[in-house]
Design a protein around this ligand. Structure first.
Ligand SMILES: Cc1cc2nc3c(=O)[nH]c(=O)nc-3n(C[C@H](O)[C@H](O)[C@H](O)COP(=O)(O)O)c2cc1C
Ligand code: SF4
Ligand code: SF4
Length: 400
C-alpha cells in the first residue's frame, strides 16, 4: 500500500481528497458522510456574515446541468465536458448554529478525518467576530472564503481588488485565529498566483486554488437568464486545464501548501493536481454527481496507480510535472516533415476534414480523402475531427 497521508500546516490528513465546501457539506451529517465516503477532509459549506445573510436562503430550483444527461450512454457513461450552473450561496445557518454544527461534525468524525470550517465576511469587523467564534469550536481548520462570487457586495469586488483586500483580511484573521487556516482565491482575478503570494506574505498558512467562475445562459424566447435569473456558479470538469495552469503557476511562486481543485472528475485529476504541486485536492461537482463514496474509489485507484509505478507515497509525485511545463517560448516550432496521412480503407468520404483544413491540403476523391503533403502544415485538425479515425500524423524518422 502506498502512503496517501499528507501534511499541511501541521495537520495530517489521511489522504489528499477534500470534499469542497458545497451542498454535500451543508451540515454535520453531510460532513460526516464525506469522511465516511473516504475523503481525508471536508470543508464545511461557508458561513456568510450577517451582512451577507440573504444568501442563507436559496432560490428553488437552483441547479441546471448543461450537456449532462443527454450524453449518449448516460447514466452508465458520464460526459467529461458539461456545465453546472447553480445559485446556492452559503450555509443556511447563522453564527451560533454554524459553530454548533461544526462541533457536532467533529464529535461525530473524531480522528477519522479533518473538519474544516469556512467563513465569509464582508466587513473586517465581521471577519473578526467570525474568527473569534470559530476559535471556540473543535474545527481542525478554517478556510477564509474571500472568493465567493455571491458574498454580499464582495465576491466579484474581491476579484478586482483581490490583492489588497485579501491581504488585509488575512492579516487581521491571522492575528486572531488559533487553528490552521487557508485562504480561498477566486479564479475571477487577474492572476491567482499573485493573490496567493499576497496571502502568503500576509501570513496565510495555505491557499485554496480555487473557487468557481460565475455566469448564466440566456433563454432567447424570454430574453432572461435561465434559472433563478441572476449570475450563478458556473463550472464543470472542462475547467481542469485552467485549474492546473493556475495551481502550477502558484506552486512555483509560494511555499505554503496548496489546496487545488477546479474540474476534478476522476482519480487521475487528483494525481494531476498533485503533480503540479497541490498538497490537498478538493472536489465539488465530482462529489455532488458521483456521490460521497466516490472518494473511496478515487483513493483506491490512486493507491493502485502509485504502487504500479513504484511510488511509496503520494508525497513522491508532488510537483513532478512542474519541470515539464514549458514556457510557450520554449516549445519546439516548425519541425519539418510532419504531415497528415489518410487510411483510405477507413475513410467514408464524409468531407469533415476538408472543411476544417485551412491549408487547402485535402481533396475528396473516389477512393477517399487525399492529402497534398506539400500544402499540409501538419496542424493536426483533420486527425481531431475525423469520425472514422482514418487520419494520422506522420512524423519524421529520427535516426538513432
Ligand atoms: C453547488 C455548489 C455550492 C458551493 N458552495 C460553496 C460555498 O458555500 N463555499 C465555498 O467556498 N465554495 C463553494 N462552492 C465551490 C466549491 O467549494 C469548489 O471550490 C468548487 O466546486 C470546485 O470546483 P468543482 O466543482 O469543479 O470540483 C460551491 C460549489 C458548488 C457546485
Ligand atoms: S494536418 Fe492540418 S494542414 Fe494538414 S491536412 Fe490536416 S488539417 Fe490540413
Ligand atoms: S473526415 Fe475522415 S472519413 Fe471523413 S473524409 Fe476526412 S478522412 Fe475521410
Amino acid at each position: 500500500m502506498a502512503n496517501l497521508e499528507v501534511a499541511a500546516a501541521g495537520v495530517v490528513f489521511p489522504n489528499p481528497i477534500i470534499v469542497g465546501s458545497a451542498s454535500p457539506s451543508m451540515d454535520w451529517i453531510g460532513t460526516k458522510k464525506g469522511i465516511d465516503g473516504g475523503a481525508g477532509g471536508v470543508i464545511v459549506k461557508s458561513l456568510f456574515s450577517e451582512k451577507g445573510k440573504l444568501g442563507r436562503n436559496f432560490p428553488r430550483p437552483r441547479f441546471k446541468l448543461y450537456d449532462y444527461k443527454n450524453y449518449p450512454g448516460y447514466p452508465n457513461v458520464l460526459p467529461h465536458a458539461f456545465t453546472l450552473n447553480s445559485l446556492e450561496e452559503c450555509s443556511h445557518f447563522g453564527y451560533k448554529e454554524y459553530m454548533e454544527d461544526v462541533n457536532k461534525a467533529k464529535d461525530a468524525i473524531g480522528d477519522k478525518g479533518i473538519v474544516m470550517a469556512s467563513l465569509s465576511g464582508v466587513s473586517l469587523d465581521e471577519w473578526i467576530e467570525m474568527c473569534q467564534l470559530v476559535n471556540e469550536t473543535t474545527a481542525d481548520w478554517v478556510e477564509l472564503n474571500v472568493s465567493c462570487p455571491f458574498a454580499a457586495d464582495m465576491g466579484v469586488k474581491m476579484g478586482a481588488g483581490a490583492v489588497e483586500m485579501t491581504a488585509e483580511v488575512v492579516k487581521t484573521c491571522k492575528n486572531l485565529l488559533k487553528i490552521p487556516f487557508s485562504v480561498k482565491i477566486s479564479p475571477q482575478t487577474v492572476d491567482q498566483s499573485v493573490v496567493a503570494l499576497a496571502c502568503q506574505e500576509a501570513g496565510a498558512m495555505a491557499v485554496n486554488i480555487s473557487a468557481r467562475f460565475s455566469g448564466y445562459d440566456l433563454d432567447i424566447e424570454t430574453a432572461r437568464p435561465i434559472g433563478p435569473g441572476a449570475q450563478g456558479g458556473w463550472g464543470g470538469p472542462y475547467l481542469i486545464g485552467y485549474g492546473l495552469k493556475n495551481a502550477a503557476i502558484t506552486a512555483r511562486k509560494v511555499n505554503i501548501p496548496i489546496i487545488a481543485g477546479l474540474g476534478v472528475w476522476d482519480w487521475k485529476d487528483i494525481i494531476k493536481y498533485t503533480m503540479v504541486g497541490a498538497t490537498l485536492v478538493q472536489s465539488g461537482i465530482g462529489i455532488m454527481l458521483k456521490g460521497y463514496d466516490v472518494s473511496k474509489r478515487w483513493a483506491e485507484s490512486i493507491n493502485l496507480w502509485l504502487e504500479a509505478k513504484g511510488y511509496k507515497s503520494i508525497d513522491e509525485i508532488r510537483g513532478i510535472a512542474l519541470s515539464n511545463i514549458l514556457k510557450t517560448s520554449e516549445v519546439e516550432r516548425q519541425p519539418v516533415g510532419v504531415y497528415a496521412k489518410i487510411d483510405t480503407d477507413k475513410c467514408t468520404k464524409c468531407g469533415i476534414c476538408k472543411r476544417s483544413c485551412f491549408y487547402d491540403a485535402i481533396s475528396l476523391t473516389k477512393i477517399g480523402a487525399i492529402i497534398d503533403s506539400k500544402k499540409c502544415d501538419g496542424c493536426g485538425m483533420c486527425v481531431e475531427v475525423c469520425p472514422a479515425n482514418a487520419v494520422s500524423i506522420a512524423r519524421p524518422q529520427v535516426r538513432v
